[in-house]
Design a binder for this molecule. Structure first.
Ligand code: ADP
Length: 358
């Protein structure tokens, strides 16, 4: 619809700040503001005030540049009034925090004369954040794939250059190629897992699970690996059984991921203790280790995809940097919470909650 026609009052006169203009602006989901051809602010909606953290009395009767002091928007306003053409730009406002908006300045034209302009700000902050996350993700995945692939390439080239004839090195090289291929396999498995969880394809299949028994089973599965580093795993629980409502397979995956880390990032001869108890109607599991610990700067970030404190060490231990991210998604899909308390050099305590049987 012609915007100028929308702003005519009941008598057919053009009004930039009449009741009709106000009704239209307040019904708009996006932030909107109208100025006349002298740049005087004529009407606006609450969304606009909110973005700039202003009140009506701050801006009433002022010119656009007096009220907002935004050179890009002022320039767009001048162009829209002078050329009678719509101006579009992406702008960033730091109010505080970085917010991205698609700004559209539309000239309000009546009988071939520009009477004013309508500015609409569409909040595209989330969209830009998601795009950035996707770009980072692609860059991270490519980087993670490239490392074992480069190693496989170098090893096969060495074999083809003659090492294939030598019995000793041949075996070692083939073993190293297998390990790199395994690493690639784990990475692809974790990526597919994460994608399935995030897109909701793996929503929990609810059943009743004894948390203590699940923890004991997970501990049993990890004992061989732990024994290689003389790490002991103990399960401590106050009750005989704590019945949770959870997806057993996903709960096992969470326990194994956390236990695997508690062993991997432990010291030789260290301890892992699993404690299970009820708290405020939730089942709470704590996995404590006596390992390397995590600094206060790193701790809030370790649940992010591919975030690793010590990349080289994680890779050497067969890590993909996705385990904790998978844990977080799985627990959140159960409605629970996951967290960590840690002290550098003294060990970490990861904890999570799952709903109890009602
Ligand atoms: P990874 O495959 O690298 O183990 P995770 O997502 O499981 O990936 O963990 C992310 C990072 O968090 C690890 O690289 C490590 O730096 C840190 N981390 C995880 N668990 C522990 C732990 N129990 N003790 C110390 N650091 C840990």
């Amino acid at each position: 619809m012609n915007l100028a026609r929308r702003f005519k009052n009941s008598k057919g006169n053009f009004s930039l700040n009449g009741p009709l203009a106000e009704v239209i602006l307040s019904a708009m989901a996006d932030a909107a503001l109208v100025v006349d051809r002298d740049h005087k602010i004529a009407a606006f909606n609450a969304g606009f005030l909110k973005i700039f953290r202003k009140s009506s009395s701050d801006i009433l009767g002022q010119t656009f540049e007096e009220a907002f002091r935004h050179p890009i928007l002022t320039n767009m306003l001048c162009l829209a009034l002078a050329q009678g053409r719509k101006q579009c730009r992406e702008i960033h406002l730091f109010v505080p925090g970085d917010f991205a908006f698609e700004a559209s300045m539309l000239p309000l034209i009546r009988q071939a004369k520009v009477e004013g302009a309508l500015l609409i700000l569409l909040d595209i902050t989330r969209l830009r954040q998601l795009e950035e996350m996707r770009r980072d993700f692609v860059a991270n995945v490519s980087h993670e794939l490239r490392t074992p692939l480069a190693s496989i390439k170098a090893l096969t080239e060495t074999l083809l250059d003659g090492a294939l004839e030598e019995r000793g090195p041949r075996g070692e090289f083939v073993q190293a190629i297998k390990e790199d291929a395994d690493r690639l396999g784990h990475l692809v498995d974790d990526l597919l897992d994460l994608e399935a969880i995030e897109s909701g394809k793996r929503s929990p299949r609810w059943e009743y699970v004894d948390l203590i028994q699940a923890a004991r089973q997970a501990a049993d599965k990890m004992r061989n690996l732990a024994a290689k580093r003389q790490v002991t795993i103990r399960v401590e629980a106050e009750n005989n059984g704590i019945c949770a409502r959870a997806d057993k397979e996903q709960l096992d995956q969470v326990l194994i991921n956390l236990l695997d880390n508690a062993v991997k990032y432990n010291l030789d001869g260290g301890r892992v203790t699993i404690r299970i108890h009820e708290q405020d109607g939730w089942g709470r599991v704590e996995i404590q280790d006596t390992g390397v610990g995590i600094s206060t700067e790193d701790a809030p970030r370790i649940f992010e995809r591919f975030y690793r404190v010590d990349k080289a060490r994680s890779r050497e231990l067969g890590g993909t940097g996705l385990g904790l991210s998978i844990v977080k998604h799985l627990i959140e899909a159960h409605g629970g919470q996951v967290g960590v308390m840690s002290e550098l050099g003294r060990g970490s305590m990861f904890h999570f909650t799952v709903p109890l049987k009602k």
